[in-house]
Design a protein. Structure first.
Length: 428
């Protein structure tokens, strides 16, 4: 599925006025289309050992330091060191979620921000809050999350020619939006282009441990290729901890501008009072040490997501929908452009109307591509497998434990409904 939209600025500077090329603030979603980006999804049941760690710290009255206490930062550094270059606790900052961390990062230095198209729905709004112009760069045909290297260089040249100063590139090798994992050779090319243009990479590595086939899908992160130029951002909630317990950490480079960037980011977090609640910090610290129960849950979640995304992919492609096979996490990114004529007969002409149509048919939110930086007329949506699991923890645990989740009655029924909805859209 080729992403071919031209790069364009999507958010204004602090004044809200037009930026380079006369770009102005991205229009708000039409009335009635819901919040600016998708609401958090209900995830898997809470791991009992994790709930126990949280409960043990429920009576703690001493606040967690902004940026994380020594124990939490040491656990995060150990977690990162098992996946890339050696890490030191002094290079880590923790916060109640990836959003305040990214906001503080973008606010810590001037210049424009480069994002992929599509990208996580919360990247661009945070760039706007930080007073930064953000530019979307198209992704290559084989994956999402990482920009096409040629398009990246062209976008940087254009921004500079118009008086801008590109500063950050936000990417995600294991991409939550599209469910893909970028190949190592592409990551290498992008890192070389970023180094040539003096860009700091913010690498969102939240979903790297939930690859469906971890031994078959090779993951190479930017920090492994250029550790002095990469800030690694990792959200724990939804992967290591429940989605309702926001916790995240960022690992900064030891050299170059890393120490200064970390100090400025900490100042912003301090101004926001963005400290973790002590019980969540205690649970996150334990999860980051990689105990057997957490490793087993992560592996089970990866197997479940792989099984379900494959089942969804089979059903939507049978209806003529284009989608890259998912390789990580619970999501797929579907392109219904081939069904444009059939959709138009149903009054669906853009992703806003497609979101409403599919949401009504499936009974749960199906966010349109406009929420992820795509043009509304691209007719794309992000599909999630989490609603297929049922509405109770008992049903979700049963799917997690099952050797064949699609065969479970409630999952099979949900898959049948999804297949029917897409066949109806295709007019078949």
């Amino acid at each position: 599925m080729q992403q071919s939209h031209p790069s364009s600025p999507v958010v204004p500077g602090p004044s809200g006025t037009a930026g380079p090329s006369g770009a102005s603030e991205a229009p708000a979603a039409p009335p009635g289309t819901g919040p600016a980006f998708p609401a958090a999804e209900r995830g898997l049941p809470v791991l009992p050992d994790l709930a126990d760690r949280l409960a043990r710290s429920a009576g703690r009255t001493e606040p967690e330091p902004v940026g994380g206490g020594p124990g939490l930062r040491a656990a995060a550094a150990g977690h990162a060191a098992h996946r890339g270059p050696a890490a030191d606790p002094d290079d880590v900052l923790a916060a109640p979620g990836a959003q305040p961390l990214l906001l503080a990062l973008l606010a810590s230095a001037g210049g424009e921000v480069l994002l992929t198209r599509p990208c996580a729905a919360w990247y661009a709004p945070l760039a706007r809050l930080a007073g930064r112009l953000a530019y979307h760069v198209p992704v290559p045909a084989e994956c999402g999350g990482v920009p096409d290297p040629v398009a990246l260089l062209e976008t940087v040249d254009r921004i500079r020619a118009e008086g801008g100063r590109p500063r950050f590139l936000v990417l995600s090798v294991a991409d939550d939006t599209t469910g893909t994992v970028a190949p190592p050779e592409l990551v290498h090319e992008v890192c070389e282009a970023a180094a040539d243009q003096d860009l700091t990479i913010i690498s969102d590595e939240t979903w790297r441990d939930v690859r469906h086939e971890p031994h078959a899908t090779v993951y190479v992160g930017p920090a492994e290729l250029d550790p002095d130029r990469v800030v690694v951002l990792t959200e724990l909630s939804g992967v290591l901890t429940p989605a309702a317990w926001p916790a995240a950490f960022a690992l900064f480079p030891r050299a170059g501008t890393g120490p200064v960037l970390r100090a400025r980011t900490l100042s912003v977090l301090d101004a926001l009072r963005a400290e973790l609640p002590p019980p969540v910090a205690a649970a996150a610290r334990w999860a980051l040490t990689g105990p057997p129960a957490v490793r087993a849950r992560t592996a089970a979640a990866a197997r479940l997501y792989g099984c379900l995304t494959a089942a969804v992919h089979e059903r939507i492609t049978a209806a003529g929908v284009l989608a890259r096979p998912s390789q990580t996490g619970p999501h797929l990114y579907a392109d219904l452009g081939e069904l444009r004529a059939a959709l138009a007969r149903r009054g669906v002409t853009d992703s806003v109307e497609l979101e409403a149509c599919l949401g009504a048919a499936l009974g749960h939110p199906v966010p349109g591509g406009h929420r992820f930086g795509d043009e509304p007329d691209a007719l794309r949506v992000r599909l999630s497998t989490l609603p297929l699991l049922g509405t109770t923890d008992e049903l979700r645990q049963r799917a997690l434990d099952s050797p064949d989740p699609p065969a479970l009655p409630e999952v099979a029924e949900a898959l049948a409904t999804l297949g029917s909805a897409f066949r109806a859209l295709a007019g078949s």
